[in-house]
Design a binder for this molecule. Structure first.
Ligand code: NAI
Ligand code: MG
Length: 397
């Protein structure tokens, strides 16, 4: 096995806690790597006026693979207030470093798996016929376009003449919005490009093919958002015909999908969506398999940079506890996605099996799995600490 170099980016709050536990699990499983630390997060905003320092970008450019914990973001006025005195008033503007990182490297493909662990007390259950209780097994991969759409950042408040005039060329804008004073207008755009729509759709088909699924589902809203959602659906339908004839395309609307979510989640295996709807549908599915303590993700760029991260944030309050209690499984599962990506599938499978065993045994449970409200006291109530969860996974290896 060649030794890898991984850029470890702990970030803020519990990001630091879960990342170090995940590295401990990787090492115990026999994954050989050197870790170089990539500075990122609030601390660097305050001290340098940049939450994603250039040196971290260089590390990622060089080593290509990153493991990321979580960062803290705060509103504009707070960001300005916490900046080091010597940096104040020098034109520094806070941007979320994880969003900046995605944009800088063009990490357009985001994969968010949601898979039920047997015996997880947080699994979704529903009533079946009569008084039966059903626990559907969820196994879905959500492909979220990660760089465009509503999160693309092309937006205005009180748009300039040029922008306003351009909008006025559109009949719907003239008919429905001309009445509004310009300074009371806020406009956010939803831009899809054929190139990146095609890339995310193709990634979904390839995954379906590799796993032997016979359909993918485009989760958008093409009946209303005709141009962008319409483009994604059309790209998928054409690709099915030309490149993946055995794989059908289903089309659900994001709103209806939220309703069906609890009715038949076991019927979905591959979902593809734009940036915002992908964010929504993946969080919704994550809720069925245990929520933030279990939700992992991976993001890839055309240039070969890939970053793996839990979908949860830095949970600052939890980072202050003397003994950490947050669940490290989402971070460890993200690390498994990294292993799969770099070809260490055997180690990844072993870690995932170990997690499954710990969850099914039910002897070691993080506070979220006990449905307790987070506090330092959960340990007295029998909840495992973050380290004890990692220890249990290591023991199960
Ligand atoms: P959050 O995800 O940090 O925490 C929300 C709640 O989820 C926590 O209070 C806790 O109850 C639970 N939780 C989170 N991670 C958990 C884990 N591993 N195990 C068990 N329970 C867990 O979201 P919140 O509170 O909205 O944001 C806190 C900060 O994180 C903000 O500054 C926000 O901007 C940032 N954030 C960063 C993200 C990232 O780095 N990708 C994503 C989301 C939020
Ligand atoms: Mg989200």
């Amino acid at each position: 096995m060649t030794k890898r170099t991984i850029v470890a980016m702990p970030g803020d709050g519990i990001g630091k806690i879960v990342l170090s536990e995940a590295i401990r699990v990787l090492e115990a499983a026999g994954f050989q790597a050197d870790y170089v630390t990539g500075d990122i997060g609030w601390e660097y905003w305050c001290s340098e006026g940049n939450a994603l320092p250039e040196r971290t970008i260089e590390l990622l450019e060089k080593h290509k693979i990153g493991l990321f914990g979580a960062i803290t973001s705060k509103p504009k006025d707070k960001a300005e207030a916490e900046l080091a005195p010597e940096l104040k008033g020098k034109g520094h503007v806070y941007y979320s470093p994880i969003v900046s990182m995605r944009q800088h490297f063009g990490m357009d493909i985001c994969m968010r798996p949601c898979k039920t662990f047997k015996g997880n007390p947080l699994n979704f259950i529903r009533k079946g016929p009569g008084s039966t209780i059903q626990e559907p097994e969820v196994d879905v991969m959500i492909f979220r376009q990660n760089t465009e759409g509503l999160y693309g950042g092309v937006e205005w408040t009180n748009p300039s003449d040029q922008v306003y005039d351009a909008f006025m060329t559109h009949k719907k804008f003239r008919d429905n919005f001309e009445w509004c004073p310009r300074e009371e207008l806020a406009i956010s755009t939803r831009i899809f490009t054929k190139k990146y729509t095609t890339r995310i759709v193709r990634a979904a088909f390839e995954y379906a093919k590799a796993r032997g699924f016979d359909s993918i589902t485009v989760c958008e809203k093409p009946n209303v958002i005709r141009e962008t959602s319409g483009m994604m659906l059309k790209v998928a339908q054409e690709m099915s015909k030309k490149e993946f004839p055995g794989i059908a395309v289903y089309d659900t609307n994001i709103d209806a999908q939220m309703m069906w979510l609890t009715k038949n989640p076991e019927d979905y295996h591959v979902i593809v969506a734009g940036n915002m709807f992908g964010d929504i549908v993946s969080d919704a599915f994550a809720g069925l398999i245990g929520g933030l303590g279990f939700a992992c993700s991976a993001q890839f760029s055309e240039g070969g940079v890939a970053v793996f991260e839990p979908t949860h944030g830095s949970a600052p309050k939890y980072a202050e506890y003397e003994t950490p209690i947050v669940n490290p499984i989402a971070m460890v599962m993200s690390a498994c996605m990294m292993l799969d990506y770099i070809g260490e599938k055997e180690i990844s499978a072993r870690i995932q099996k170990a997690i499954a065993k710990v969850v099914e045994d039910g002897k070691t449970k993080a506070y979220d799995m006990m449905k307790l409200k987070g506090s330092q006291d959960v340990i007295n109530q029998g909840a495992a600490t973050t380290s004890q969860m990692a220890d249990a996974i290591i023991a199960a290896l």
